[in-house]
Ligand binder design. Structure first.
Ligand SMILES: *[C@@H]1O[C@H](CO)[C@@H](O)[C@H](O)[C@H]1NC(C)=O
Ligand SMILES: *[C@@H]1O[C@H](CO)[C@@H](O)[C@H](O)[C@H]1NC(C)=O
Ligand SMILES: *[C@@H]1O[C@H](CO)[C@@H](O)[C@H](O)[C@H]1NC(C)=O
Ligand SMILES: *[C@@H]1O[C@H](CO)[C@@H](O)[C@H](O)[C@H]1NC(C)=O
Ligand SMILES: *[C@@H]1O[C@H](CO)[C@@H](O)[C@H](O)[C@H]1NC(C)=O
Ligand SMILES: *[C@@H]1O[C@H](CO)[C@@H](O)[C@H](O)[C@H]1NC(C)=O
Ligand SMILES: *[C@@H]1O[C@H](CO)[C@@H](O)[C@H](O)[C@H]1NC(C)=O
Ligand SMILES: *[C@@H]1O[C@H](CO)[C@@H](O)[C@H](O)[C@H]1NC(C)=O
Ligand SMILES: *[C@@H]1O[C@H](CO)[C@@H](O)[C@H](O)[C@H]1NC(C)=O
Length: 368
């Protein structure tokens, strides 16, 4: 009995030694080999059994927003227009989104619609996602890397403006939500604003307007400006308290704006309020720009149902003591645009009157 037990012990010792021998010789699966360095990977060629080291190709943990592993390979495509060497654009139209399979039609519509305004307008998408970059390039859009996001990975608006202003020489710059389609009133309005003799010359400028919600916009329906007008009749002009596009010029002081995140409540009304408080030119172009909002089954108030919907209020409250958001409606602008019914041209004139308060009180340095 004693000899059998001793035989089992020897068998066990031999088995363990055998395993250690094979591991040490590298004949077990490469997946269990230690990766000695975070950039390099040891691999075995199974045909000739040699071990070699390659630069790591397996992706590290995916980030929430964008794909970190594509950073290196895609870096050469970031647009880098020299602002001195090229002609001035009318508008840089930019947005950002995260790939979502149920929004394929929405984004294709946006790609095709914004592309129509080239070459006076350059569409740009802020993204690190290689799939979005690929589609954007195919549609004549340009891409910018997303460099500043909130702690919850939501893009911060001001840095996108600062980034495009550094990259492109343009008369106007506009962040627009990614589900908005425009008619050619966009170009007509901006051309009229640029050449207007009644507007103050040196004050910063902000152009906003109401959107029209249209359910289930198809590729065919968005294919021409005329069709957009037709489907806008089945849609509805949305509230004056929602703004989906923000056209500014270079004078707009983005550096002094709080770190507002896109797609969350409050940033739109705050911008209008901020511009009014700073005595800037605020133009409501609802009457001359058709902005179709592609409503999906997620509805018209997506911003309020998203995570961290209080984020912008908290950022604003760090700097301001009292904010009355009701003063940030489209109808609070001091200027409006209209089509002249005989000439069909866009004219810009002062809004006769509005009933908006203006309450935006900063904290004093002491209170901060
Ligand atoms: C593995 O080695 C064989 C023979 O040298 C070679 O033909 C093959 O390309 C190698 N495979 C890889 C992935 O390097
Ligand atoms: C074995 O494969 C490695 C990696 O592919 C290669 O570098 C080496 O030249 C190959 N050796 C022979 C003898 O083919
Ligand atoms: C890894 O990439 C770097 C830079 O691209 C290069 O200098 C180095 O030789 C590469 N190493 C290997 C093992 O291929
Ligand atoms: C553009 O011109 C300005 C002034 O002439 C100069 O300071 C700036 O460096 C130039 N920018 C580029 C990208 O060449
Ligand atoms: C804006 O207006 C100015 C002066 O009328 C003109 O020189 C300039 O070309 C216009 N800019 C664009 C982009 O149309
Ligand atoms: C996007 O890529 C750039 C480099 O191209 C990187 O600096 C930035 O941190 C990335 N942004 C996010 C949100 O991962
Ligand atoms: C819109 O599309 C959804 C499916 O994506 C469908 O359930 C709904 O009935 C459609 N509504 C209209 C008015 O066509
Ligand atoms: C704002 O502009 C108006 C004229 O448009 C001027 O009367 C007023 O003094 C300005 N207010 C401030 C605070 O600059
Ligand atoms: C429309 O334009 C014509 C020609 O410039 C002008 O005479 C008329 O006053 C304009 N109408 C309005 C309502 O501004």
């Amino acid at each position: 009995m004693c000899s059998v037990s001793s035989y089992k012990v020897w068998a066990f010792v031999l088995l363990v030694s055998g395993c250690l021998f094979f591991i040490q010789r590298g004949l077990l699966d490469t997946r269990y080999w230690k990766i000695s360095n975070k950039h390099l990977l040891k691999t075995k060629n199974t045909t000739n059994n040699s071990i070699f080291i390659t630069n790591r190709t397996v992706p590290p943990e995916n980030s929430n927003f964008g794909e970190k592993n594509t950073e290196h390979s895609i870096s050469h495509i970031w647009s880098d227009q020299n602002p001195n060497s090229s002609a001035e654009l009318l508008l840089v139209l930019f947005t950002t989104w995260k790939m979502e399979s149920d929004k394929t039609t929405v984004y294709t519509n946006t790609f095709l619609n914004w592309k129509k305004f080239k070459p006076h307008v350059q569409p740009v998408v802020f993204t690190n996602e290689s799939a979005v970059i690929k589609q954007a390039m195919e549609h004549g859009w340009e891409c910018q890397p997303l460099l500043h996001v909130s702690p919850y990975n939501v893009p911060i608006l001001k840095y996108m403006y600062i980034q495009v202003q550094q990259k492109y020489r343009s008369r106007f710059y506009a962040y627009v939500n990614s589900d908005i389609l425009f008619d050619d009133g966009l170009i007509k309005t901006l051309t009229a604003v640029n050449s207007s003799t009644s507007l103050p010359k040196v004050t910063p400028l902000l152009i906003i307007g109401q959107r029209t919600n249209v359910l289930n916009v198809t590729l065919a329906e968005s294919s021409t400006f005329q069709k957009l007008h037709e489907i806008s009749k089945r849609g509805r002009l949305f509230h004056t308290y929602a703004e989906d596009y923000f056209i500014t010029d270079r004078r707009f002081p983005w550096e002094t704006i709080p770190e507002l995140a896109i797609g969350r409540p409050a940033y739109d009304n705050f911008l209008v309020l901020f511009a009014r408080a700073g005595n800037m030119t605020v133009i409501d172009s609802t009457a001359t720009i058709l902005a179709v909002h592609q409503t999906t089954r997620k509805g018209n108030n997506e911003g309020r149902s998203r995570d961290h919907s209080r984020y912008n209020f908290e950022e604003i409250n760090k700097v301001y003591k009292t904010v009355e958001y009701g003063g940030g409606l489209t109808s609070c602008s001091n200027w409006i645009t209209r089509y002249n019914t005989t000439t069909k041209k866009v004219t810009v004139f002062q809004r006769p009157k509005h009933a908006c308060n203006l309450i935006l009180i900063p904290k004093t340095i002491k209170n901060r």
